[in-house]
Structure formats: C-alpha cells, structure tokens
Design a binder for this molecule. Structure first.
Ligand code: CP
Length: 312
C-alpha cells in the first residue's frame, strides 16, 4: 500500500490510486465500529489535536471518534474558547500547540488556504483539512465517495448531480475533483448566482434548471445555502429557492429509480430538501455519517505512516 502524503489538504493532491487506497483502508476500518469493543491499538502513543475555528457537529465529532477508535490521544480546541479571542494569530496558536508535540492537527477554518498556510510553516506534524472556507473539505468528499462506491459498486460513468449553493461549497468542489478523478460525470445545478460557469473548467456540466440536471442521475446530492459565506443575498427568497431548487419527490422521480439521495449536513428541511425525501427510502444521509468515521480513521492511519496490522 503506497501512500506518500504528509498532509491532507485537498482532493487535488490525490491520484485515482490514492483515492482507492483511502477507500479500501476505510472499508477495512468500518468493521471495527461494529465490534463490541470498538478500539484497535493502531495509533497508540500518537496525539491528534482537533483545532476548529468554525462550528461543526459531524466532522469534529467524527475525527474525535476516529482517533479514539485507533487508540490515539485526542483533544479538541474550539477557537471560541481559546486565546484566539484575545487576538492570538493562527500561526502563534498553532506553534504553541506544536510545542506540546502532537502528531496530527485536524483543522477547520473560515479562510480558504488556512491549512495550507500551516502545512508550509509547521515542521514535524501532519495537517488534515477539515474544511477551509469555500475551498475544500476532502474528508467529506471521501466519505461521500465511500458511500457511493459501497452502494453502486464504483464510479466510472456514474452521473452525480450536486444541487444548491455550489459557489460557496467546499463539499461541492472536493466532490467534483474526486469524482472526476475516478471517472464519474458531475453535474452542478442551482441559481446562476450560486453556480458560476467557471466550474465547467473543472470538468462539471452546469445547469440552472435542476430538472435537467437530475434527469437520469445515479446520485443526487443536495447542499444548503451557505448564508455565512455570502456577502450579499443571492436569491429573491427562501420560498422561491425551495420551489425551484429544492428536492421533492416529484423532482426525484426524474433520477434513476434507485438513485441515492445524499446530503453532507446540516440539512435545512423544507428549503433544499423536503422531509419526505430526506427521510425517504433512497436517502443514505446517516450512512454518510457512519462512513465518515471509517474514512477519518483511514486518513489518520495513512497520514501517520503506520504500516503495521490494524489490530496490532
Ligand atoms: N458535513 C459537515 O462538514 O458537517 P459539520 O459542519 O457538522 O462538520
């Protein structure tokens, strides 16, 4: 198993072989979460710091659970309760944490490129990007890809449609890059103000009528409106957005009969997705969350350079 990455910063860094290695490793870790004793010694003696400058439910918890299941010592630092509120810079905060000799820093930040900035400046520690501004969210894309591969068997030729506020979505960008690397067709849809044509340069097909994008899809992934990243209002009203761009059972019928319905969370029911679709038979939303633990175990394991057996 060859995996030569000290940091995990974005999906651009990965070849198809890297993605396959990560997903295969995650598959083997998934079984550990189904055991009665959900713990293996693979990362015993390693320290993982979760450094979160933005709110998170799934990603932070999932990295914390993943570290614990691998027997690493994990600790969480939320910017809101740290010395950041007293004016400390990102680099000083990180250098102070580094002085305590962690092996891995998992970081979420509101500014695109913040994890890359730290990776260039800090020696002797791996940086894992847990979401940076509108840029990338690689672990989310990988757990989405694990779920798609598990359910549909692979990626080649699949039609994956991502709908919503694409312009501000790090999830959309990371999925687009990862899915294209693996041979899928990616369609992006939403209002013109939220789906710029520039995404065509990354290999996506851009649609502004979501019915055209959903038609014949294998996967429909819905995204929330990222109001916290929008400088100005990009839609006339939430009600109009829900009407034209929200996924309901009528629109979902245009996809293939067993198409997967995905959402990275947090969901806004009644806006981008109706409750009947969010809770319907085609949704795999909580399976995405379950696979998130396995993918993050795989990322922590691979980036730490561990090459022994998983069970020690
Ligand atoms: N999908 C995702 O990143 O969710 P959180 O913001 O809860 O981590």
């Amino acid at each position: 198993m060859a995996f030569n990455h000290d940091h995990i910063l974005d999906m651009k860094q990965f070849s198809a072989e890297d993605i396959t290695t990560i997903l295969d490793t995650a598959d083997s870790f998934k079984e550990i979460s189904q055991r009665e004793i959900k713990k293996v010694p693979a990362l015993r003696g390693k320290t993982v710091v979760n450094l979160f400058f933005e709110a998170s439910t799934r990603t932070r918890t999932s990295f914390e659970v993943a570290a614990k299941r691998l027997s690493a010592d994990g600790l969480n630092i939320a910017a809101s309760t740290s010395a950041v509120v007293k004016g400390e810079t990102l680099e000083d905060t990180a250098q102070n944490i580094l002085a305590m000799k962690p092996n891995i820093i998992v970081m979420r930040h509101g500014h695109s490129g913040a994890p890359h900035y730290l990776a260039e400046r800090l020696e002797g520690v791996s940086i894992l990007n847990a979401g940076d501004g509108c840029h990338e969210h690689p672990s989310q894309a990988l757990l989405d890809m694990m779920t798609i591969r598990e359910k549909l068997g692979g990626f080649e030729g699949l039609k994956v449609t991502i709908i919503g506020d694409i312009a501000h979505s790090r999830v959309a960008r990371s999925n687009l890059i990862g899915l294209k690397t693996m041979g899928a067709e990616v369609r992006l849809a939403g209002p013109g103000t939220m789906v710029p044509r520039e995404f065509e340069q990354l290999g996506a097909k851009v649609h502004h009528k979501i019915e055209d994008a959903i038609d014949g899809s294998d996967v429909v992934m819905m995204l929330r409106i990222q109001r916290e990243r929008q400088g100005k209002t990009l839609i006339p009203s939430t009600r109009e957005f829900a009407r034209y761009y929200g996924l309901n059972p009528v629109k979902l019928k245009l996809a293939k009969p067993n198409a997967l319905v995905m959402h990275p969370g947090p969901m806004n029911r009644g806006v981008e997705i109706s409750s009947s679709v969010a809770d319907g038979e085609q949704n795999v939303i909580l399976e995405q969350v379950e696979n998130g633990v396995a993918v993050r175990m795989a990322l922590l394991y691979l980036v730490s350079g561990a090459d022994g057996s998983i069970d020690g």
